[in-house]
Write a protein that binds this ligand. Structure first.
Ligand SMILES: Nc1ncnc2c1ncn2[C@@H]1O[C@H](COP(=O)(O)OP(=O)(O)O)[C@@H](O)[C@H]1O
Ligand SMILES: C=C(OP(=O)(O)O)C(=O)O
Ligand SMILES: [Mn+2]
Length: 535
């Protein structure tokens, strides 16, 4: 028993086990456990380096929500939120409890999901791996040590990477399962060692709970400018939330999950989770510096066994290599984990078709249209013969994490934009001058994106001359000081204009087709904000 052991233990939760229960350790001791147990190794400058095996990203198709009286009408059932029956969940829970009883050692952390006392949940995370315990401690909000003895968990996550789910018995799809019961306040994660599942599960919880308190939960990063102007950056995975929110000239609130209340934007988390592949010291100095510190957890980053030097360019373990670090590893962060209500909303998209301009100004109706659409694109892998990018539409720029109907989140955004004083922008951090798969076509340089963003955020871009995009109808700047004008007009950047027009036309068609599902949930203004092919 130490002061970090809560009075409300696992037995009080109905969890029986003879395992050694290791409560609420801090970074140094958890790193020692991880290394001693062979879970990871230290890199040259101190980070803990681990591998996750088969799963190097989230398994969206293996995620389930228990469908019962509580969720029947409140969850948006369908393609994204898949159901698990209460009976299957009961069987899964029984097998998780049996697996817990069998373990020699368990690592437990008592944490908060949400940085603000009035809008958060107490989460207890039970891990078989020391490094997973360190990861979730790093990512969520750490209660002061003095609060731990009296900590009472409300939600529990049991995270067992070695568990093997059985589709017959558990009503799931594979050996991997992420199952959430809002009624039992229990999340079971098995068959995957990708640590991001844990933090995104807590996000899903808050996305379900907070709209009831009038908070808009958002899959976005957030930072604050010198004159107190908050910006939020929505975007799907890989579009630049984490990269662009770490900016020497602005104060970071957080890189991934936030709530927008009547008075503030606040972080849900206490850490960041950055992509490591090809991370550049020049373009992303603040994030790069975290790879040289004790306390950072590096997932699937390749390291030389002898020198313990990192090779951030090596994708042989994963394209999605990651680094988790406490938020204060970034130099300029908000001490209270919040900022004023936003003055700017940015929708990030990584357009692999090269159709979207690098920046565009949106009307409130266009903003609603793009928020509900949630467009980005994937470069269709590295397989030989795959030459076309693939469009992805994920509503609210985060459908995988949003249990409720998109209209719930959409209406919260609508109310907030309607109060005025918020400027909305679409930013393409993807490709320009052709498709991502065309020879010689490069992704937008980070410094160009930053220059355009900063011009939007400091108000100077508003003074520029704009033209209307013929396909999407939004306003695109014609010239911006310090930025090569050729990149501002995507059509001009393409050598073959007919090819651009055809590619844009196909993308517009996909937007229109995707939006049909929302047409009945929005007013005419938003429907009319749809892109139109004018040719
Ligand atoms: N113009 C750009 N803007 C933002 N990121 C870019 C850009 N060009 C390349 N990148 C790379 O794209 C990735 C963006 O990932 P990240 O910021 O982690 O996205 P998210 O947090 O939205 O998942 C990073 O690896 C970054 O280096
Ligand atoms: C951690 C994740 O978030 P993002 O890529 O948006 O940073 C993820 O999608 O697994
Ligand atoms: Mn991110």
């Amino acid at each position: 028993m130490t002061e970090r052991t809560p009075r409300h233990g696992l037995d009080a939760m109905g969890i029986g086990t003879d395992a050694d229960i290791i409560w609420n350790l801090e970074t140094a001791q958890l790193v020692e456990h991880a290394v001693r147990r062979g879970e990871g190794k230290l890199a040259k400058d101190g980070p803990l380096v681990v591998t996750t095996g088969k799963h190097t990203g989230r398994s969206a198709k293996d995620k389930f929500i228990v469908r019962d009286a509580a969720t029947e009408d409140s969850v948006w059932w369908g393609k994204v939120n898949k159901e698990m029956s209460p009976a299957h969940f009961a069987a899964l829970k029984a097998d998780f409890l049996a697996a817990l009883a069998d373990r020699d050692t368990l690592f437990v952390q008592d944490l908060h999901g949400g940085s603000q006392a009035e809008h958060r949940v107490n989460v207890r995370v039970i891990n078989e791996l020391a490094w997973h315990n360190l990861f979730i401690r790093t990512m969520l909000v750490r209660p002061p040590a003095g609060d731990l003895a009296g900590f009472v968990p409300e939600y529990t996550i049991v995270d067992l990477p070695s568990f093997r789910a059985d589709p017959e018995r558990h009503g799931c799809r594979s050996e991997t399962v992420i199952a959430v019961s809002f009624t039992e306040k229990l999340i079971l994660i098995g068959g995957t060692a990708y640590a991001g599942e844990m933090k995104k599960s807590v996000f899903g919880l808050l996305n379900y709970l907070l709209p009831q308190d009038g908070i808009m939960p958002m899959h976005c990063s957030a930072n604050i400018g010198a004159d107190g102007d908050t910006a939020v950056f929505f975007g799907l995975s890989g579009t630049g939330k984490t990269t662009l929110s770490a900016d020497a000239s602005r104060t970071l609130i957080g890189d991934d999950e936030h709530g927008w209340s009547d008075t503030a934007v606040f972080n849900f988390e206490g850490g960041c989770y950055a992509k490591m592949i090809n991370l550049s010291a020049e373009a992303e100095p603040e994030i790069f510096a975290t790879t040289r510190r004790f306390g950072t957890v590096l997932e699937n980053v390749v390291m030389d066994e002898e020198s313990r030097a990192l090779d951030l360019a090596d994708n042989s373990l994963a394209e999605n290599s990651r680094g988790a670090y406490p938020i204060d590893f970034i130099p300029n962060t908000s001490e209270r984990n919040l900022g004023p209500v936003p003055r700017n909303i940015i929708f990030l998209t990584a357009d692999a078709f090269g159709v979207m301009p690098p920046i565009a100004k949106l009307t409130p109706d266009q903003a609603m249209y793009h928020f509900l659409s949630g467009y980005t694109a994937k470069v269709a892998g590295t397989e030989i013969g795959v030459t076309e990018p693939e469009a992805t539409f994920s509503t609210c720029f985060g459908a995988a994490f949003m249990p409720r109907h998109p209209a719930v989140y959409g209406n919260l955004l609508k109310e907030r934009i309607a109060t005025g004083g918020v400027d909305c922008w679409l930013v393409n951090t993807g490709w320009s001058g052709g498709r991502a798969t065309d020879p010689g076509i490069k992704r937008m340089p980070i410094r160009v994106t930053r220059a355009l963003l900063n011009a939007a955020l400091d108000g100077s871009l508003a003074q520029a001359e704009f033209r209307r995009d013929p396909n999407f109808g939004f306003m695109v700047p014609v010239a911006v000081p310090g930025v090569d004008g050729a990149i501002l007009d995507p059509r001009a950047a393409w050598a073959n204009k007919a090819d651009y027009d055809a590619t844009a036309g196909r993308l517009v068609d996909q937007f229109v087709e995707n939006f049909a599902q929302f047409a009945d949930h929005v007013d005419a203004g938003v429907r009319e904000a749809a892109p139109k092919v004018t040719a």
